[in-house]
Ligand binder design. Structure first.
Ligand SMILES: [Zn+2]
Length: 324
């Protein structure tokens, strides 16, 4: 997905039989997709992904001329996981009230970095000053917190962490963790893949996970999901009967917190009629051409084994011999 416009210009469908293991599917799909995009438009200079190990390696070796950004949401989720792993529980209970602020701080750092990873790293670690009620500090690029001066009341109400307390030390270990410091530098362009997550959830309508589809069906269903996404970009927020912008409220099980969400204008589905009309015309004309994907599916291996299937009787014999 192009993060600036929300358009999905291409997709790559990888069947497990095309790889040696299912773990390589993501990397193969990524390489194919990037190569297709570059063939069409060589001006790709920033790529946003999650922290997939093989993709990270491929970016560092095969695409080192491109800036590799990580999705802010993915990294903040893994920082939360690391904080929740703090032991013993007594220390965690002191750190826990700070978790929402820490996760907000990840987004803040990324937004404020303006393409400068050094500034981002300094802003990130300055969090340790803030949580211990120190709001100015020594630094090369960042020397004070970004919030306005705190009132006496706000200072009194906050559960500041004493510097050098065991809970502070445990949190410091997470904030200054080598891997976190390395990865957080990849958030300096403030890229996030929220629209892609929304697309993936919409895609389930066309490709439900509880059902199995063959390769051409999967391609056709993904194509429909992509068209659905691309023709419905930029929908406006719905105006309610009272003339006000429309919102809905929800309380997801995962957070248990009520939130408001915008309600958008209805989607456009005229493309389905066009496709059906075209299918009927093709049928009437007797032009039952196969698509490239349908032709490709004829050459796909049927399973991931490199060896041809042995004779069934031999397999049955060896199965029996294991029980003798
Ligand atoms: Zn502060």
């Amino acid at each position: 997905m192009d993060t600036l416009t929300g358009v999905i210009p291409d997709f790559s469908l990888v069947q497990v039989t095309q790889t040696t293991s299912s773990t390589k599917m993501e990397l193969i799909g990524f390489q194919r997709f990037l190569s297709n995009i570059e063939d069409a438009n060589p001006a790709v200079d920033v790529v946003v992904t999650d922290r997939h190990v093989q993709i990270r390696k491929a970016m560092a070796t095969d695409h080192s001329n491109k800036n590799h950004q990580f999705d802010v949401w993915h990294l903040s989720k893994s920082i939360k996981k690391k904080i929740l792993a703090i032991k013993p529980k007594k220390l965690l209970s002191e750190v826990k009230p700070w978790i929402p602020s820490i996760l907000n701080h990840v987004w803040w750092c990324s937004r404020e970095a303006e393409g400068n990873p050094d500034k981002l790293e300094e802003t990130w670690t300055s969090l340790l000053y803030h949580i211990s009620n120190r709001h100015t500090f020594p630094g090369k690029l960042v020397t004070k917190c970004g919030h306005p001066p705190l009132s006496d009341d706000a200072i009194r109400k906050k559960k500041w962490m004493a510097k050098d307390s065991p809970a502070y030390e445990a949190l410091e270990n997470v904030i200054t963790n080598k891997l976190i410091l390395r990865d957080i530098r990849h958030l300096d362009r403030f890229c996030h893949t929220g629209s892609l997550e929304t697309y993936h959830s919409m895609m389930l309508k066309y490709c439900p996970k509880r059902m199995e589809f063959d390769y051409p069906s999967m391609v056709a269903r993904t194509q429909l999901a992509v068209v659905d996404n691309n023709v419905n970009i930029g929908r406006k927020q719905k105006i309610g009967a009272n003339g006000m912008l429309s919102f809905t409220t929800r309380c997801p099980k995962s957070t248990g917190r009520w939130t408001a969400r915008k309600v958008y204008e209805k989607k456009e589905y005229d493309f389905k009629t066009d496709i059906m009309q075209s299918a009927i015309t093709n049928q009437q004309d007797g032009t039952q051409k196969k698509t490239l994907h349908q032709l490709k599916s004829l050459t796909l291996p049927r399973n991931i084994s490199k060896d041809p299937a042995p004779c069934k009787e031999d397999l049955v014999d060896s199965h029996r011999s294991r029980f003798i």
